[in-house]
Ligand binder design. Sequence first.
Ligand SMILES: [Fe+2]
Ligand SMILES: [Fe+2]
Length: 284
Amino acid sequence: MQAVLEKQPLKELDEWDDFVATRYKQGKSEDEFRNYKPDANPGVTEFYRQNHAHQTLDFVLKKKAEYCGLTRGKKSIWEMAEYLNTLVDDSDPDTDLTQIEHLLQTAEAIRKDGHPRWFVLTGLVHDLGKVLCLYGEPQWAVVGDTFPVGCAYSDQIVFPEFFAANPDSKVPEYQTKYGIYQPNCGLDNVHMSWGHDEYIYTVTRNYLPEPAQYMLRYHSFYAAHRHGAYKHLMSPHDEQMFEWVRKFNPYDLYSKGRERPNLEEIKPYYEDLVSEFFPDQIAW
Ligand SMILES: [Fe+2]
Ligand SMILES: [Fe+2]
C-alpha cells in the first residue's frame, strides 16, 4: 500500500521512453551510456528507485492474477487507443507527441521500410498496455526496463544498485543464478517485472503471429535484447525470436523525431489493417 502513496516521479510517462532513447543514442559508447549520473535526471532516477524496490515476485504474481484474466470488459483497438490518449500529463502539447501519435509514428516508420502488415500493426498497438496507468497503477508498475523476478538480477539492468531495497534480494532462493527457474527453461516460464509489455501481450496474443507476441512482450527487456543478459534462462527458440525483438526496437526508440502523422490521411489504411487481424472488440 505504501508504494502507491509514493509521489509519481515522472512528469509524464514518456520521460522514461525518452531516457531509454537517449541511453541508446546511436554512436554512444558503451561507457557513456552506462554512466548515468543519478542527479542528471532526478525524476528518472527516483522512478527506477521505486521500480527496483517494489517489483517483487509476489507483486508480479498479484498483478498477473489481477489483469491477465482480461476481465475488464471489451473494447476495440481504437477505443483503447482513444482511452490511452486521455492520459494527460504535464507535457508541452506543442512539442510532445500524444500517445496515439507515438504509436502511429512507430507504425509508419515500420511501414515505410516495407515490413509485413502484422509488423506494422505491432507498432500500432505496442504501447496500448500503458492504460494500466489509467487503471490506477503507479508509474513504476507500467513503464521501465523489465527484468526477470525470482532469480538473481543482472548487472546489465540499469541502476542495479537500487535492487538492494527490493525485499526479494533478502530471499536467498531468489538470488541464485537460476532462482526458481530451470536452466534454459524458456522465457514463457519466467516471470518478468510487471508493466505495459506483459499486459498488451496478453490482450493481443490470440490475434497476432508469434514474432509480434515476442516484440510486444519483451520490448522493454533491454538487459536481454540490447545487452545479451539472461541467455541462461532463454531457450534456443527464444534466442531466434529475439531477432524480431531487436528488429522492432529501433522503430520504438528512433521514430520520434519524424514528422507528425496526419491521422485523417492514414486512418483508412490503419482501419483496414486493424480489422484484418482483430475482431470488432477484444477482452481487456
Ligand atoms: Fe513501450
Ligand atoms: Fe513505445
